[in-house]
Ligand binder design. Structure first.
Ligand SMILES: Nc1nc2c(c(=O)[nH]1)N[C@H]1C(S)=C(S)[C@@H](COP(=O)(O)O)O[C@H]1N2
Ligand SMILES: [Mo]
Length: 433
């Protein structure tokens, strides 16, 4: 695996092709009817009325009790100094990343679960690859099965990559832009980065007899069906174009040198570098490989951008946005008249981070932060900046990252009904005492 890679395939253009194929009756979507899709195409307001996008969902997530033990579906301990529990999910506290290395220890790596963590046994695990895009094994109806030991026997790679929920930073749509959006009100802690070891998906697809006509692959998790306001959306799954699947996706069985923990997909998860977290299907059980474009609720209703400035029918969320964060709490106190070495991290799904700037005067002046790591595609960089505040009282820390592709964090994020990809500069309140 190379650390910096050529530009990703243009998923937005591909998505428009998928939509046309669907309308022509040549695409398939389990659990998603043609009427659903036509509705989607017709109107963004439909998305606003969806359960995870509605005010009711936002209210219930906000009202969920926070603290240890409040997310019973998560296997690992969630001490309050490391995590904020949000419904079935656990958000990492940025103050807990200070002093950790480039990669996030498992004890503080965020968890985003649609339901509960299943405790699966590697010995009983099988990966089934099937569909019209495979030559397959004789007599197996094009399906191929792989055990855990068989997967482990294949040539492995190690790759550092962040996993970030597309909804990371969602709460700032309301607090910074006065816009109401639906979904889990994350601050900036729905991200972690780790060293993943596993087998390139390309290796497994080629062994299974990938056909040239294959266009999409759709990994699916073994966790329970996802129920969304009375509608069963089936098991968590999301299609990927074959071009991305062959490029840098891995079937990961180790995280930071240890077997994958239960909460992060034990025994095997898909890891899709640089893309939004939902593509990285945990507890993967099967992968459909299709000669026709595929859809699932996770690329048609959920994890899709809808809004007045977006194309009709919406735009899929693919790559992670360019963002940055300080490794301290909101409201943290700093002594006046002393120099403080602030630290943080910056990342982008569009290429390595090129630079990070900080401002302590509301954006009137910016100066460069020092990067502490060599920037790499798909991973974050640590950075530091010194700050000597004089005046006591409320102050605001600002950080702004720019990536190799030239994307810079804007002052405002593009509104979308479900609050994905908040990439604007975050106003980080602190107190000088
Ligand atoms: N099977 C399955 N895979 C899943 C999910 C899930 O609920 N079930 N959540 C997805 C989402 S939305 C994100 S952001 C990442 C989170 O990965 P983590 O919990 O290891 O941090 O996993 C993705 N993979
Ligand atoms: Mo996510």
């Amino acid at each position: 695996m190379t650390s910096s890679s050529p530009a990703a395939p243009d998923e937005s253009a591909y998505d428009r092709v998928r939509l046309r194929q669907w309308l022509a009756g040549t695409a398939r979507a389990d659990g998603f009817t043609r009427r659903d899709l036509l509705g989607l195409l017709a109107a963004a307001p439909l998305a606003a009325a969806l359960p995870t996008a509605g005010p009711a969902a936002a209210a219930s997530a906000a009202a969920a009790p926070a603290g240890p033990g409040a997310a019973p579906g998560i296997a690992k301990p969630l001490p309050a100094e490391l995590f904020t529990v949000r419904d079935t999910n656990a958000e990492t506290r940025w103050s807990a990343l200070r002093g950790t290395g480039r990669h996030t220890p498992v004890d503080r790596f965020f968890v985003r679960n649609h339901g509960a963590t299943p405790r699966l046994d590697a010995a009983g695990w099988r990966l089934r690859l099937w569909g019209s895009g495979l030559r397959g094994a004789p007599g197996l109806d094009r399906a191929v099965e792989l055990t855990y030991d068989e997967l482990r026997a294949l040539p492995a790679v190690t790759r550092a990559a962040f996993v970030e929920c597309a909804g990371n930073g969602r709460s700032f749509f309301a607090t910074q832009q006065g816009e109401q959006v639906g979904g889990t009100p994350w601050t900036l802690g729905a991200i972690g980065s780790a060293r993943w070891r596993g087998v390139p998906l390309a290796t497994v697809l080629r062994r299974a007899g990938l056909l040239e006509r294959a266009v999409d692959v759709m990994p699916r998790g073994l966790d329970d069906d996802y129920l969304s306001e009375g509608t069963n959306l089936g098991r968590v799954r999301r299609p990927l174009p074959v071009a991305k699947a062959l490029r840098d996706v891995i079937l990961a069985y180790e995280m930071n040198g240890e077997p994958l923990p239960y909460d992060h997909g034990h025994p095997v998860r898909v890891l899709v570098p640089s893309w939004n977290g939902v593509s990285s299907i945990k507890w993967v059980g099967d992968i459909e490989v299709s000669a026709e474009p595929l859809y699932s609720p996770w690329n048609t209703r959920l994890y899709r951008l809808f809004g007045p400035t977006l194309p009709p029918g919406g735009a899929p969320v693919t790559r992670a946005a360019v963002r940055s964060a300080f490794e301290c709490a909101f409201g943290e106190r700093f002594a006046a008249g002393r120099t403080h070495r602030l630290s943080g991290r910056a990342w982008s799904g569009a290429g390595p981070v090129r630079r990070v700037e900080v401002s302590f005067d509301d954006g009137a002046h910016w100066r460069p932060a020092r990067l502490a790591d060599r920037p790499r595609a798909g991973d974050w960089v640590r950075w530091t900046a010194d700050w000597r505040p004089y005046r006591t009282g409320a102050a605001t820390l600002l950080a702004r990252a720019t990536d190799e592709a030239g994307n810079t964090q804007p002052e405002r994020s593009v509104y979308n009904t479900q609050g994905y990809l908040f990439d604007a500069v975050v106003r980080h309140p602190v107190e000088v005492v």
